[in-house]
Ligand binder design. Sequence first.
Ligand SMILES: Cc1ncc(COP(=O)(O)O)c(C=O)c1O
Length: 385
Amino acid sequence: VKPVYLDYAATTPMRPEVRAAMAPFLEEVFGNPSSAHRWGRAAAAALAEARAEVAAALGARPSEIYFVRGGTESDNLALLGRCAHIRSRGGTPKLVVSAIEHHAIMDSARHAREAFSADCVVLEVPSDHPLDVEALGDEVDEDTVVSLMWVNNETGIRLPIRRAAEVVREGGGTLHSDAVQAIGKVPVDVSDTPVDLLTVTGHKIYGPKGSGLLFVRTGIDLAPLLHGGGQERALRPGTEDVAGAMGLATAVRLVVAEREEESERLRALRDALEERLRGALDGVRINGLGAPRAPHITSLGIQGVDGQALLTALDLEGVAASGGSACASGSTKGSHVIEALYGEADTRATVRFSLGRGVTPEQIERTAAVTIDVVARMRESGAPS
Ligand SMILES: Cc1ncc(COP(=O)(O)O)c(C=O)c1O
């Protein structure tokens, strides 16, 4: 039997359309977009085409799209670039982040505290109802940068980005949103949501690894983190990855176009998986169940088993899941997201199943059957929890 991959929130396979869009730029159209000759001009034209394609899919202007090398870099540039700018005009930056942000934000915020003497406020996020962002208004002034993720990567919890963006704008602050797990799953359109900065990465949406972008709304100034040539209007110097940009643009265009239909399909599969598991097993909590959630992730808190042993057992049975963020795997520390939602004393094992294009109803049924069997066996054998 073929193994089942349910870790699409960690990464996805490249889709054929993306590969086809990239292919010419890996060989014959290999020029440097900064070169004045025909090779360079051909590459520059492709880069402009990719920028326009991404901008159209996100509701942005092409001049507001900056290609970078992945989600981590985009998050760092948003937070640290904005803090550096605020500092350069004599302000003291203040950062407000939710407690469930990705490490790329949490660690950038920590760095900003040291490098720019930034004040830092962490917002608690409820596990069973939507985050209330009205109180944000009291926190915000023109030196404030708020970073709230559109969809959480470990649980699928959605934060109220549109309202947050309105509140932050009223206070004169800047709102960044990490939309890495949101794009293609929930509507993301910067023409109807007044975010100032937005992060997207290619490899979660069937695009190339190491591709990504930062949307920077016109009028929002950032200082660069790297220094060199003037590429990407000097905000992200370095010879551009034209093939990567073409791949990213194709990936973004396709997931945005297919979003409604694919999200409904994934939601039905996820709901079926949750229902099967909760019907057959006691002591299963769906993390973030009462909060609004994106359709492609289910995070389970399972009583009476060891998390790592459970993931290993599932893998042996041919089901690839994860304990939370892949970026933190290998670490024995618990997830800061689950701790923020359920407290330090929570002893449940966490298993994240994340769904994507290749997942079928048969695979979901098999995953449910295997999980029920493995958990029951582990509980019977009294494996330490
Ligand atoms: C929400 C979120 N932000 C940022 C990242 C980092 O993106 P990248 O792997 O492209 O650096 C990830 C990847 O796990 C993510 O899920």
